[in-house]
Design a protein around this ligand. Structure first.
Ligand SMILES: NC(=O)c1ccc[n+]([C@@H]2O[C@H](COP(=O)([O-])OP(=O)(O)OC[C@H]3O[C@@H](n4cnc5c(N)ncnc54)[C@H](O)[C@@H]3O)[C@@H](O)[C@H]2O)c1
Length: 351
């Protein structure tokens, strides 16, 4: 099977590419090498005859058409995106251009390539989305996002993702392009870019710096392990029902404060401080504007219909993640000097 994936030098995309090649699939990886890209995430594949990297911006349709025509993929997966909500507060233009305009080019380029085949048998276009397009739930833990939950995006990141989801669906309605989608909750795991909450907490903790938590830490997210997400994505790409979106999640809701406390207790065990405990570094900071209160995914349909189950508990995934950052300073240290990393982003209310 031949896969062409956009965004495979990022956190989740690289997990998908690594898993795909491990399974013997041919995997082409398209990326613009933005500030969030790390080719080190896929360095283990450089010598594989199954893997190829193509540097291109998904906003460049002509380049995409040439790449898709050259690769002749059976499956196209769209993960290339601006993905950091805080950056969408300070500078939304890249989110609109990449997540909407860039995504617009992807099904169009796939349609051109596949149109020449005369059949859609065995072909799939998989667009990867987020639970954030579904809005913010009240605090009640019984409430979950299902596949029937109406869209209600509230940040410029989630609004751009919601737009792209709708655009991709339009290629099915208009041209019958064999489209599948998935909406997933927050991922943890290796190769997570060090501007996101979990790596920030681990790396600040290791450096003895404050562990920043927005507001009172009560915002709830639903966490699961990135390699299990990669497995679920390959399943949806091959077996998901056309023109539908599957929810993917770990059924592990934690407030941000609970999450940070969990990371602190893992650090206390794996890398004890000279004196004191990591939780003493927790510092509450001013909340970001429009911070959604609660996300929670109900993944029961992908479990019952496609037989997907996560391979690790989220506790195991968190522990593996913390251990990975402790052991892989060579990966994260150079990234700390990239633009904006380590700065307090997303405070602006005027952009
Ligand atoms: N991280 C999460 O917890 C999470 C949760 C739900 C959904 N998602 C979605 O999954 C996808 C991947 O997320 P991630 O966390 O791996 O993001 P990431 O920021 O780590 O990676 C995104 C990749 O896309 C590339 N990219 C950005 N703009 C591009 C452009 N114009 N052309 C080509 N490449 C470009 C980046 O260079 C990077 O390699 C995104 O669509 C995101 O919305 C992520």
């Amino acid at each position: 099977m031949k896969i062409l994936l956009a965004g495979g030098a990022g956190f989740i995309g690289s997990a998908v590419v690594r898993l795909a090649v491990t399974r013997g699939y041919q995997a082409g990886n398209v990326g613009a090498l933005t500030y969030a890209a790390c080719l080190a995430n896929v360095a283990c594949l450089t010598d594989s005859r199954l893997y190829a990297f193509e540097q291109a911006d998904i906003r460049d349709r002509a380049a995409l058409e040439l790449i898709i025509a050259a690769h002749q993929p059976d499956i196209v997966m769209q993960l290339a995106a601006e993905s950091h909500v805080n950056r969408s507060i300070d500078g939304p233009a890249d989110f609109i251009e990449t997540n909407i305009m860039g995504t617009f080019n992807m099904p169009e380029a796939a349609r051109k390539c596949w149109g020449a085949r005369g059949t859609s048998e065995g072909l799939r276009f998989h667009h990867i989305s987020t639970d954030e397009v579904l809005g913010s739930l009240p605090a009640d833990p019984a409430l979950k996002f299902t596949e029937a939950t109406p869209y209600d995006p509230r940040s410029r990141y989630s609004a751009s993702k919601a737009s792209s989801d709708r655009l991709v669906r339009a290629w099915f309605e208009t041209y019958g392009l064999p489209v599948v989608l998935s909406n997933c909750s927050n991922n943890c795991g290796p190769y997570h870019f060090p501007e996101k909450l979990i790596p920030v907490v681990i790396l600040n903790g290791l450096a003895g710096k404050p562990l920043p938590i927005y507001g009172d830490g009560s915002n709830i997210r639903d966490w699961f392990y990135v390699e299990d997400h990669a497995d679920a994505l390959l399943l949806v790409a091959q077996k998901g029902q056309i023109a539908r979106s599957d929810n993917i999640g770990g059924e592990n809701e934690r407030s941000n404060l609970e999450l940070v406390q969990t990371i602190c207790s893992i650090l206390d065990r794996l890398q004890p401080r000279n004196s004191g405990r990591y939780a003493e570094l927790i510092t509450f900071v001013t909340d970001r504007p429009g911070h959604d209160a609660h996300y929670a995914i109900d993944p029961s349909r992908i479990r019952s219909e496609l037989g997907w189950t996560p391979s690790v508990t989220v506790e195991e995934g968190m522990e593996h993640t913390v251990r990975w950052y402790i052991e892989n300073e060579d990966w994260w240290r150079p990234l700390l000097s990239r633009q904006g990393v380590g700065m307090r982003l997303g405070q602006s209310t005027s952009a």
